[in-house]
Ligand binder design. Structure first.
Ligand code: ADP
Ligand code: MG
Length: 292
């Protein structure tokens, strides 16, 4: 493509809210064989809401919710916000917490009322030696309805199973259809559990799911998909998407996402509408077709 045709296409993209930060991104998009998407905040709104709270015997709702919120008080994870919002809506009293520590991709731990409280994924509980069999059935039921379970343990024993729902962005279903129509493979990469991830993927018609990925595992996931399918675009919004955005042949950031993701990207979707991925790809194909 000539510099002029690329400028014209970039200008057209800008009008549509698609910012090309790197000139050759437009050219590379034409060869794109697979688009891998982060789930939380990219396919979904990234604002999970607490929908369920299943109590273990001997526990009380307001006490467990208060302790979970206290343990999460210093976390900036979207799940922490969902728990804090529920605790505040139900006006539960929130005890003081001490000794907060977070494990990226797993959960948090803190001391609340002299008790050790852990809030996080099934993996986190298992790694901490906490049995989750007692709530396995409930977890499975919630996961298959596309909800994400969050386990709460007090002094080494499960006290409750929470679940959150993070709605799919209104613009996502059409965006996935458009990508499939362009003939590219569509894949999802997420830190969330496999059953929930597959329920969401199924709803959207995404056939390739890499779930349970630790924050530093997204780069490996990108390499794996590229090895299997060819030139790859990765779309993400979060701090821990930055390495994968840099690793991808084309990194595409959600404009409403974190600055770190935007800085690592070649293309930015200003409004966060994923339809921009297919639009940019079509723009790239049309531009280069006109030249040759
Ligand atoms: P994602 O945003 O794709 O779900 P993360 O790597 O942020 O990926 O988290 C992976 C999983 O780890 C979450 O789905 C959740 O189960 C658990 N987790 C991480 N941080 C927290 C937290 N602060 N509170 C509860 N659970 C957490
Ligand atoms: Mg995200």
């Amino acid at each position: 493509a000539t510099p002029t045709s690329i400028m014209v296409a970039s200008g057209k993209g800008a009008e549509l809210g698609i910012l090309f930060r790197r000139g050759d991104a437009l050219q590379q998009l034409r060869n794109c064989r697979v688009v891998a998407l982060d789930k939380t905040g990219t396919l979904t709104e990234g604002r999970p809401v607490l929908t369920d709270l299943v109590l273990a015997a001997g526990h009380e709702r307001s006490q467990v919710l208060g302790m979970a919120a206290a343990a999460e008080a210093r976390s900036e994870h979207p799940l922490a916000r969902a728990i804090a919002e529920a605790a505040s809506e139900e006006a539960v009293s929130m005890p003081e917490s001490r000794g907060f520590s977070a494990q990226a991709g797993l959960g948090v731990e803190a001391s609340v009322d002299g008790k050790t409280v852990l809030v996080g994924s099934a993996d986190y509980m298992l790694r901490s030696g906490i049995g989750i069999d007692g709530v396995a059935g409930d977890a499975r039921r919630l996961e298959s309805r596309a909800r994400s379970p969050v386990y709460v343990a007090i002094d080494g024993v499960i006290a409750a199973l929470l679940a959150v729902d993070d709605p799919i962005r209104e613009t996502t279903p059409r965006a996935i259809r458009a990508l499939r129509h362009l003939g590219v493979k569509v894949a999802m990469i997420t830190g969330d559990n496999r059953v929930t991830a597959e329920a969401i993927a199924h709803e959207l018609g995404i056939d390739d799911v890499i779930a349970g990925v630790m924050p530093d595992g997204k780069v490996d996931a990108v390499r794996q998909l590229r090895h299997a399918h060819g030139s790859l675009a990765f779309v993400g919004d979060g701090i821990n998407d930055a390495p994968a955005l840099a690793e991808a042949d084309i990194g595409i950031a959600i404009g409403t996402g974190t600055d770190i993701a935007i800085e690592a990207a070649d293309v930015v979707l200003m409004s966060g509408d994923l339809n921009g991925v297919a639009t940019a790809t079509a723009l790239s194909q049309a531009t280069l077709r006109n030249i040759h």
